[in-house]
Ligand binder design. Sequence first.
Ligand code: ADP
Ligand code: MG
Length: 387
Amino acid sequence: MKIGILTREAKNYSSRRLIEACERRGHEAAVFDTLKFNMLVEHGKPSLTYENAPMPHVDAIIPRIGASITFYGLAVVRQLEQMGVYTLNTSHAIGVSRDKLRASQTFSRHNIGIPPTAFVRDRAGVIPAIEAVGGTPVIIKLLEGTQGIGVILADTAKIAEAIIETLQSTKQNVLIQKFVAESKGKDIRALVIGDRVIAAMRRKATGDEFRSNVHRGGTTELVKLNEEYERTAIHAAQIMGLTVAGVDMLEGKEGPLVMEVNSSPGLEGIEGATGIDIAGQIIESIEEHVQFPEFDLRQRLTLATGYGVAELPIRPGSPMAGKTIGELDLRDRDVLVLSIQRGSVMIPNPGGSERLLAGDKALCYGKRIVLRDLVPRKGQAEAAKKS
Ligand SMILES: Nc1ncnc2c1ncn2[C@@H]1O[C@H](COP(=O)(O)OP(=O)(O)O)[C@@H](O)[C@H]1O
Ligand SMILES: [Mg+2]
């Protein structure tokens, strides 16, 4: 196979290790500087040029898109997706995970712990937001910072207000987040590939620094994650839609709190701390997936007029609760149950004998009018409750 690595830093540790791993596993590696692509968006034949010549064929790409070139980098990855090239992480997933607000918003509706976080636009909102997340000291964070740059600890509301005002005056968007003091300058970085945590380390900030990033002088040690941390890391990566992810978690009083999910995690700190060949496992994952280029499932599934995908909540008292998929005749009604989410457990491709329980969420594909009839509409459900 020929594997392309998209990076602006061909010589750094992660790039070197990925090239090595490609070659060791019998593939050819080609490094591309993301900013040297130009793209032509044309009906039926999307294409890219590299250094003004047609881009050489690659079977897969590993996008390593730095925060400073997110917009252009994602456009390049998206173009490769349109050309049918397998990309290790999709442009969509990279985009969602990169924006800390967007990622936290997505997590907030799932069973994943996050530090309480507020987002405000003007000065008047700052004090109430600080109170809402639990008072000072408070963390102020740029939406798209990396390596600890853009994460500030403010001791008082006055200082917080001044910092936020200054940043907003330069058109920077910032988050206000609860300072999770009990994690004491430490955090956990879990490296997820697919549905497994491949390696994990604990990072410790040095001196009076509270940021534990390796780029801020943080030290690392190997850590064995318990089941809760492992599950949270995998779930967070999957919700972001990332095949490879570095999940950062604080050790909160009540368990893991996900701060962010990195789509191009650095390999140096974590390979050093754990001695695990992560680069090799990344290439192995590409070998497994390359015959399946990425596409947008929802977009494809709804191409048939009148059909759609929907997540059906099985509420207590719903006529579906307690019945098997077979008993509900869903197949004959042209509805396919793709998966059932039961708490943190996922049941893929459930058979006819699988029973739906109250609290489940069933992901279904089928005729929209049938799907609509299966869930009581908002107004109806409330009216029924009142009567
Ligand atoms: N809410 C918080 N409470 C305590 N420490 C935090 C909090 N948010 C971030 N930190 C510390 O700052 C570091 C950087 O924060 P993070 O959100 O991961 O930004 P970056 O993208 O710059 O790495 C974390 O690794 C952690 O040590
Ligand atoms: Mg981080």
